[in-house]
Design a protein. Structure first.
Lengths: 147, 510
């Protein structure tokens, strides 16, 4: 956690209020399980602009309260749909039930550099902070969500 | 955007290349491979690459050949598929290795996609909580804090810090952190930056210190690897080898000794005057304790009558110089130390040369001439003189150290300005001695020596410990400095020149 006065975000992620609200709703609805989904949009000079958010099935076989595995078919479908509109998968979102919106060790080992990872903290069913991260040289760096 | 496999720049068309036919590599049919955004840095930005292949596997290998970096992202060095990659042939997921041998048709699409997963183990959850509570700092911030008075506490294990640690950092292994931190930071308001190898253990350690009451505790994000990566100053300290760690394990468990103390012992040099009754147990224990240099001076040879108490020596070495016998015994006990031997008598001519530079001198001599000589040279050099003497069933130990910076004690001459007449000062040979007694007194001398070398406890400076074996009683006497002492007194600028000690002790006092 860097102190606010020295912190500069590594990237900007534009996510409009409607999409943010959808992510909150899905995250709260899945509690106490982890919810997850995709961010579709385009990269530009202003940063990453999300055009569409999607919820995806958490196909994690056993530990749905502390693990998520995004349905591979949903990723494939999203990739196909995005490409047909000239867009791309920009990243993914998932919830952290009863934990802060900070990437875990497991998140880090499974993340791909180049995608945005949005994490939603949900405590006792109520959505808390939402933060965006990206992996650089094996470490997560925080970006700024703008709406 | 689509690029052909042999083009370095992305093509501008959004559909498969048409117009002039692109040159393609490999044999088979043309298939398109869809590239996820993170891998486009390897394909010159192209979101799709056309390759010629007969199977999905061939298509991926053709892609990897054409665009360096892609292969490593999809395949392990052994050639297997990476865990967090999903592959699709059209709508069909290629789940197994055998699936990769699927035959492809002209115009087919192969998609490379991330297998998206994550989650929280109990440990992750805890670390995430801690990250939200404990400030993390970068190496540069940590150094700035250090410059303004914060302590960097390196909690890594000794085998990790042996390769280096941040300059000026304190090394306290995590297992002893709560027990030892107050030695480094007695004030709970001292700002502390905890550091480990990668920034995880330091978070847990920071939490421990927070619970202990430290109010400003931070963790160095990225740990020592980031510190080093950022090119900040490191320090490489001496450390113990694995064998030394095993040998001195019971010392390392004592906070008052620990690795720092053991290293201090290793770099210490102790000279023992006499390899006899007192020198035997003293030398054995000092060697065992890991005192790096144990020097012995003795001009005598082993006599069978010595073996009743002089445990450095053995029956088969009767007739051999005592210092040679001592060297053999000590190196058998601890081959890592340096044993220096001087097969000569300590005299006014050689004493200064022989004693100079030692941290402690252990006097195990059996005659007054040598005791005065050892005293006088030690006073001159400011060396603590660990003194022991025995008579039949009684012994005494003291540390003569008028050169001590804080609370200096007396020298031998403060107590005994004049030697006793020879007839009142019999040697062991004349008076006899209980064989076990020097074991007690010589061992006490070794203990005092180790305390002095480690700088722990209260040495026998200004006190004389007397032991009576028959009554099994220890008595401690206070012995004061004599400010008028001719050797160490207040008015003495430089200690007098050495004298003829044989003559001094032989002549009855007037």
């Amino acid at each position: 956690m860097a102190s606010p006065d020295t912190w500069t975000p590594r990237f900007r992620l534009r996510l409009d209020d409607q999409d943010l609200a959808a992510v909150r709703r899905w995250a709260a609805g899945a509690y106490p399980n982890e919810a997850c989904g995709l961010l579709i949009g385009a990269a530009g000079a202003e940063g990453l602009r999300v055009v569409e958010v999607r919820e995806a099935r958490n196909v994690e076989p056993d530990r749905t309260t502390d693990r998520y595995t995004l349905d591979p078919g949903a990723v494939h479908a999203a990739d196909r749909d995005a490409r047909s509109s000239g867009l791309d998968i920009l990243g993914f979102w998932h919830s952290h039930p009863d934990s802060p919106a900070i990437p875990s060790q497991t998140d880090r080992t499974r993340a791909w550099g180049g995608y945005a990872y949005v994490i939603v903290s949900v405590r006792t069913g109520r959505v808390g902070e939402i933060r965006a991260w990206t992996l650089e040289d094996g470490a997560f760096q925080e970006g700024r969500i703008v709406s | 955007m689509t690029a052909t496999a042999n083009e370095s720049a992305p093509a501008n068309e959004s559909a498969p290349t048409n117009g002039s036919p692109p040159t393609v590599v490999g044999a088979g049919v043309r298939v398109r491979v869809r590239i996820p955004t993170p891998l486009r840095r390897f394909t010159g930005g192209a979101s799709e690459v056309e390759v010629e292949a007969g199977t999905a596997r061939e298509a991926l290998h053709a892609l990897a050949r054409a665009h360096e970096g892609v292969g490593e992202s999809i395949f392990t060095p052994e050639g297997g598929r990476r865990r967090f990659v999903n592959l699709f042939h059209g709508e069909r997921s290629l789940r197994t290795d055998a699936d990769l041998d699927t035959v492809v048709s002209e115009g087919d699409v192969i998609s490379i996609l991330p297998a998206v997963a994550g989650g929280l183990t109990a440990k992750d959850r805890r670390l995430a909580e801690l990250r939200s509570e404990i400030p993390e700092v970068s190496p540069l911030e940590a150094r700035a804090l250090q410059e303004s008075g914060a302590l960097i506490i390196d909690v890594r294990e000794p085998d990790e810090t042996s390769a280096g640690f941040p300059a000026g950092a304190r090394r306290v292994v995590r297992g002893f952190l709560e027990l030892q931190i107050e030695e480094h930071a007695p004030d709970l308001d001292t700002p502390l930056v905890l550091m480990c190898a990668g920034g995880v253990r330091s978070l847990l350690a920071a939490d421990d210190l927070r619970r202990l009451g430290y109010r400003d505790v931070r963790s160095l994000a990225g740990g020592f690897s980031r510190w080093k990566h950022d090119g900040l100053a490191i320090e490489v300290a001496e450390s113990l080898s694995q064998i030394e760690r095993e040998r001195y394990g019971r010392h390392l468990s004592i906070p008052e000794v620990g690795e720092v103390g053991q290293l201090a012992l290793r770099s210490s040099q102790v000279l023992l005057v006499g390899a006899g009754g007192l020198g035997s147990p003293a030398a054995l224990y000092l060697a065992a304790a890991g005192v790096g240099t144990v020097a012995l001076i003795d001009d005598d040879v082993v006599d069978r009558s010595n073996l009743q108490r002089q445990i450095l020596h053995t029956d088969d070495r009767v007739g051999a110089p005592k210092v040679d016998s001592a060297r053999e015994t000590l190196l058998a006990l601890n081959p890592d130390i340096d044993v220096r031997t001087f097969h000569e008598r300590l005299t006014s001519d050689n004493a200064e040369r022989l004693l100079a530079g030692y941290d402690v001198v252990v006097d195990g001599s059996d005659n007054f001439a040598t005791r005065y000589l050892v005293n006088d040279v030690c006073v001159r050099f400011g060396i603590p003189n660990v003194h022991g003497s025995i008579y039949r069933f009684e012994g005494q130990v003291s540390v003569f150290w008028p050169g001590r910076e804080v609370s200096p004690g007396p020298c031998y001459r403060c107590l005994y300005p004049e030697p006793p007449p020879p007839e009142l000062a019999p040697s062991c040979a004349e008076a006899g001695v209980l064989g076990v007694l020097p074991g007690v007194i010589g061992t006490l001398e070794a203990i005092e020596t180790v305390k002095l070398l480690l700088g722990i406890g209260e040495p026998l400076v200004g006190r004389l410990l007397h032991y009576d074996a028959l009554t099994a009683a220890f008595t401690s006497f206070r012995v004061d400095r004599d400010p008028t002492c001719g050797w160490c007194g207040d008015r003495v600028e430089t200690a007098p020149a050495l004298i003829d000690y044989e003559a001094f002790c032989a002549a009855p006092t007037p």
